[in-house]
Ligand binder design. Structure first.
Ligand SMILES: Cc1cc2nc3c(=O)[nH]c(=O)nc-3n(C[C@H](O)[C@H](O)[C@H](O)COP(=O)(O)OP(=O)(O)OC[C@H]3O[C@@H](n4cnc5c(N)ncnc54)[C@H](O)[C@@H]3O)c2cc1C
Length: 380
């Protein structure tokens, strides 16, 4: 891995300020309505594109801006203040869909897709998971066979973030024999003939679209192959590492929102003649939350800096993802408890975040898979 183009402390502060203003003025006031509607406006991609938020860390020749993993963490921390994981997952779905196009796409494909995606004019998704299984990527079954200048794709994908609205879907397909040596990546246009998509309803992340995709003799230009045929598995694994770091950032940022909401509520709410925060049991709960958040955040920043220097500490990223998602689950649970009945009611931020905990310990490599991979990396 090469080192990422870093930005200095002043630029980091300016980025934080920019995203904070965007979230306060253009996101937070609308999140409840978007969650109820089951989507946020497509125009939000364009706005985020105008502000340069979608281009962070992508090549400048295609409309990107210098940025490293620490900048992505700042973006995530500030977006998280709106307390909607669906918003982050949907708005930033190009963060998982676009890197394989940038790293392995042909020049013509990159010129066609990358500037439009970074400007928020096109939406990009990543489709790995299949109805037959998501964890066992090596055994995926969606097939693509070459016929002249096209690939013909048959199979299906499930739980795909931005799957309904995406204009291009980076899709893992089997082009060769069984196992990891037969997998390729194809950039499949959202309007490719033979592709149909169905929306899925879910426990949380309600303002993001999540889809099942069906490929029935779906025709894709051969030029949309990303990299060499049958070399896709390594690209998928490389992509997962970045995704896991960002899921950890999201989990820790949301845990912090749970703590902030809990402190504010505990100051306001009175029981037995005094504010909740003056009851020792409640103060201990708050400290317990901080005790989980602070080391997880320190590990996140440390690993992000190492990745930005060009290292890839795979086992540590797996351990961090699990530490971060466990931290979020615990903090969201305690936050709802501190809010009491109000925390069970729709409309409080902690209620929404509580419903959004599980997806982070399942998506991007489930908790059990993270443990297995960490153990193997450490030679155990
Ligand atoms: C809201 C949402 C959005 C998502 N977005 C995307 C997306 O954009 N793109 C995409 O490709 N996927 C996406 N996913 C899918 C997600 O990545 C998968 O759900 C995840 O990888 C797990 O796969 P699975 O659901 O098929 O579970 P399975 O693989 O069937 O596993 C089920 C359970 O068994 C455990 N398990 C499996 N194998 C083992 C083992 N060997 N040892 C011990 N335990 C094991 C797993 O950890 C899990 O707990 C999304 C999922 C959700 C819920």
């Amino acid at each position: 891995m090469t080192a990422a183009p870093t930005i200095d402390e002043n630029e980091r502060s300016a980025l934080r300020e920019l995203v904070r203003r965007f979230v306060d003025a253009e996101v937070s006031p609308h999140v409840d309505a978007w969650e109820a509607a089951g989507e946020f406006p497509r125009a939000l991609y364009r706005r985020a594109g105008e502000l340069g938020l979608l281009g962070l860390g992508f090549p400048e020749e295609y409309g990107g801006l210098p940025g490293d993993h620490r900048s992505m963490i700042i973006l995530t921390e500030e977006l998280a203040r709106a307390a909607s994981g669906g918003l982050i997952a949907g708005l930033l779905s190009h963060g998982i869909g676009l890197p394989p196009i940038v790293h392995f796409g042909s020049d013509a494909l990159k010129a066609e897709l990358v500037p439009a995606i970074l400007a928020g004019e096109k939406i990009c998704a990543l489709a790995i998971t299949e109805p037959g299984g998501g964890s066992d990527v090596a055994n995926l079954t969606t097939r693509a066979r070459r016929e002249g200048d096209e690939y013909i794709v048959d199979g299906s994908k499930i739980f795909i973030t931005s799957g309904i609205r995406a204009d291009v879907i980076t899709t893992a397909v089997r082009t060769g024999g069984p196992g990891i040596a037969g997998i390729s990546l194809l950039a499949i246009p959202g309007d490719a003939p033979g592709l149909t998509r169905t929306p899925l309803k879910k426990m949380g992340w309600r303002c993001s679209d999540t889809a099942a995709l069906y490929f029935d003799g779906c025709r894709v230009p051969a030029g949309n192959l990303l990299g060499e045929e049958n070399q896709g598995f390594l690209a998928i694994m490389r992509n997962f590492n970045g995704e896991r770091l960002m899921i950890a950032a999201m989990a820790i940022a949301f845990a912090q929102v749970c703590l902030d909401e809990s402190v504010a509520y505990a100051r306001e709410r009175h029981t037995f003649g005094k504010p909740l925060i003056r009851h020792q049991v409640i103060r201990h709960k708050l400290v317990d939350m901080a005790t989980l958040i602070q080391p997880a955040r320190a590990m996140l920043y440390d690993l992000a800096a190492r990745v930005d220097r060009g290292e890839w500490p795979i086992a540590e990223v797996c351990i961090l993802k699990n530490a971060a998602t466990t931290c979020f689950e615990r903090c969201a649970g305690e936050a709802v408890q501190i809010f009491g009945g109000a925390g069970y009611m729709e409309g409080t931020r902690v209620e929404r975040l509580y419903r959004e905990t599980k997806v982070l310990s399942i998506g991007g490599g489930a908790e059990e898979i993270m443990k297995d991979l960490a153990a193997r990396q450490m030679g155990w």
